[in-house]
Write a new protein. Structure first.
Length: 287
């Protein structure tokens, strides 16, 4: 990139990565097939959310955001928020596992149910495990030499993006998803775990925002070519990760907790109605 980033350049310049495009098209096709098989019973808003999640991945990896991410740290932080937070949330709200269970045949449904109840799935579905993976990925990728290496090695960069997306998905799945996962936590526990994720994002963001030296030498040359201060851009990038990530995670925590409490209230009402409907009538009093 030789010109300063503008909204038009960030959103109007696209590249073609055959692996990313093929993966997104395959995911959209499988989801669409499942939605067709599920019929009118499947909520349109869930399908829209899943497709929006795929579009978010495309925006992060194929648009001008990806190109400028190697030139400016601030844009790179936006890319990381899209991959580690926004895309996983939108995909999970699409409830792909629930759709697969509803649309698949008995054999596939049985295999999927067995996979969900397996030991590895139960381990990954533990919020503590998801938070540990997510926090480790965020801290290692931003506070070690891996970040600088990823800026010069495309393979490492791709692995970094994959790690941020998949650990974000693992962390958020038991907290925001309506899919049938093992042992979903209670509403207040979900809030607490999401606050833990917020802290994991705030720490490296604050360190970058208040740093007095440029942490990643790669950006010294690229920022200068765009007539930008590398240190000022680093501080902006840290603020985006710190403040933006904190606000997004806190809003998500409130939304998820409130939704979980409403769902629990509806389940309690259904149990009460069922109990009233099946209760034996009291014997008539004798005169």
């Amino acid at each position: 990139m030789t010109a300063a980033p503008t909204l038009a350049r960030l959103l109007g310049s696209w590249s073609f990565d055959p692996v990313v495009v093929a993966s997104l098209l395959a995911a959209a096709g499988l989801y669409g097939l499942g939605a067709v098989r599920a019929g009118a019973r499947w909520p349109a808003w869930r399908a829209a959310s899943f497709l929006a999640g795929l579009a978010t991945i495309a925006l992060a990896l194929l648009s001008g955001i990806d190109g400028y991410a190697e030139e400016l740290l601030s844009v790179h932080m936006v890319q990381h928020l899209l991959l580690s937070l926004l895309a996983p949330v939108l995909l999970l709200w699409g409830r792909p596992v629930g759709l697969a269970l509803r649309a698949a045949g008995p054999r596939v449904r049985g295999a999927l149910g067995g996979a969900l109840s397996s030991g590895p799935a139960r381990t990954i579905a533990q919020p503590a495990v998801g938070l540990a993976l997510f926090a480790a990925t965020v801290l290692v990728t931003h506070l070690t030499g891996l970040f600088e290496l990823a800026l010069t090695d495309p393979s490492v960069h791709a692995l970094e993006h994959a790690a941020m997306f998949w650990t974000g998905l693992a962390f958020l799945a038991p907290l925001v998803s309506a899919d049938p996962l093992p042992h979903p936590p209670a509403p207040l526990a979900r809030f607490a775990w999401l606050m833990g994720g917020m802290t994991a994002m705030a720490v490296p963001g604050a360190l970058l925002a208040f740093a007095r030296t440029v942490r990643y030498p790669h950006y010294l040359l690229t920022s200068h070519a765009l007539d930008r201060s590398a240190l000022a851009d680093q501080q902006l990038g840290g603020a985006i990760m710190w403040v933006g990530g904190t606000l997004a995670m806190f809003a998500l925590a409130l939304l998820v907790t409130f939704g979980a409490m409403l769902a629990e209230e509806r389940r309690a009402e259904r149990r009460e109605r069922y109990a009233d409907a099946t209760a034996e009538p009291a014997p008539a009093a004798r005169g």
